[in-house]
Write a protein that binds this ligand. Structure first.
Ligand code: PMP
Length: 432
């Protein structure tokens, strides 16, 4: 058994002060049981908790730590920025440098606005799409997560799904009626929804590869058909690349699949671990944003000097080392294929979905192409597996409905450690 004495004490205290003891619901371990591990520090692939236990990190702060923890290139940039004040609330050179880099790496983004989170990015993007088109409705997909703005908490994925609250209390009926939802990877359902709401849909927003119901891959031709449908109906196509941006390829999922969206939302990874988000796209659409246009959006800490320093350093490093993408792909293929094979050898035939450096082991033998498929998983068995892995020093996402994010710090030796733990933990989780 892990010694979690300090974590447990901190959690007890936190629960008196913070709802559920956490500042983001999925951290509370509700769906896997037990109490969360409180972290102390991390370097490279390794996390150390407050009781001194060490774990290999397969979440990486839900994506942004693509170079592992505390990479020198990012820390040095933050250290250099530190003495020059933590915030100005006035423009700085680095904001344009980061914008320049983003537009270079993601060419569909002609203009970009920095915000402080993925939620803000997505919330702002749909406001802009509404302002641009003069239409009210948006369409999202069941099980996709775009942050916690009211309009998105309808059939939402991630923590909302994990906790069984995909439709949040506190969202008014008025807001909810402007959000249409259809199942992912179901083109006829999408076509029917668009046909039923002629000239009313401002935007279709989606995760081009879904990370928030576990990892779900767009089927062959799906994104192309979606692009054509949006063009035909004058709908703004928004790719939410908060997880996939700069991760699946230097230019994100849109580069990988060769699709040009009208707008893109970005987050986490462009801050290297500090709070940042961004939304951008075609210049004619982005010129709707104040002070040029009539769509209002603002932020006191937006373009924060430390966050832009960290983000610039991380993105520059990725741009200058394209070989890292091949490395991430190979490492993750090894992990995903190995997990699939182990499950097969144990007679479990579990489904493994992977794109680039994101993957999920689903506790079901059926294919997982949408939310309904994901919901078929054996969640109690997953909970037992999660804890068995934790005992063996492997830190996974504490929910079946999340993807794993691999960093460049995962070595072949750590892949072997993961696969050994995976075999033992699958056996343990299914022991009668
Ligand atoms: N979009 C996607 C695809 C996400 O995965 C997330 C968060 N995981 C968000 C938006 C919201 O980002 P944030 O938590 O930074 O508000």
């Amino acid at each position: 058994m892990l010694n979690q004495t300090t974590s447990d004490a901190l959690f007890t205290q936190a629960k008196d002060l913070i709802p559920g003891g956490v500042n983001s619901p999925v951290r509370a371990f509700r769906s896997v049981g037990g109490t969360p591990v409180f972290m102390q520090s991390a370097a490279g692939a390794w996390l150390t908790d407050v009781d001194g236990n060490r774990y290999v990190d397969f979440i990486n702060s839900w994506g942004p730590m693509i170079l592992g923890h505390a990479p020198a290139v990012v820390l040095d940039a933050v250290r250099a920025a530190l003495p020059h004040s933590l915030s100005f609330g006035a423009p700085t050179r680095r904001e344009s440098e980061l914008a320049q880099l983003i537009t270079e790496m993601v060419p569909s983004i002609e203009k970009v606005r920095l915000v402080n989170s993925g939620t803000e990015a997505c919330m702002s993007a749909i406001r802009v799409a509404r302002g641009y088109t003069g239409r009210s409705k948006i369409l999202k997909f069941e099980g996709c997560y775009h942050g916690h703005a009211d309009a998105f908490l309808i059939a939402a994925g991630s923590g909302a799904l994990t906790l069984g609250t995909p439709d949040s209390a506190g969202v008014t009926a008025g807001v909810a009626q402007d959000t249409l939802t259809v199942p992912y990877n179901d083109l006829p359902a999408l076509q029917a929804a668009v046909a039923a709401n002629p000239s009313q849909i401002a935007a279709i927003i989606l995760e081009p590869v879904v990370g928030n119901m576990g990892l779900v891959v767009p089927q062959e031709g799906y994104l192309q058909a979606l692009r054509a449908l949006c063009t035909e109906h004058g709908i703004v196509l928004i790719f939410d690349e908060v997880m996939t941006g700069f991760r699946l390829a230097p230019g994100g999922a849109q580069e990988l699949f060769g699709i040009v969206p009208d707008m893109t939302t970005l987050g986490k990874i462009i801050g290297g671990g500090l709070p940042v988000g961004a939304y951008g796209g075609r210049a004619d659409i982005m010129n709707q944003v104040a002070p040029v246009g009539k769509v209002y959006q603002a932020g006191t800490l937006s373009g924060n000097p430390l966050a832009t320093a960290a983000g610039l350093a991380q993105l520059r490093h990725l741009q200058q080392h394209p070989e890292l993408y091949a490395q991430l792909d190979a490492t993750t293929a090894h992990l995903a294929d190995g997990s699939r094979q182990i499950a097969q050898e144990l007679g479990l035939n579990y489904t493994v979905n992977r794109v680039g450096s994101m993957f999920s082991l689903f506790f079901t033998a059926a294919p997982v192409n949408n939310l309904e498929d994901a919901k078929q998983c054996d969640l109690p068995a997953f909970g037992r597996y999660f804890h068995a892995m934790l005992e063996r020093g492997i830190y996974l996402a504490p929910s079946q409905f999340e993807a794993l994010f691999i960093s460049t710090a995962i070595t072949d030796e750590l892949v072997d450690k993961y696969l050994t733990a995976c075999r033992e933990s699958l056996v343990e989780a299914h022991r009668a």
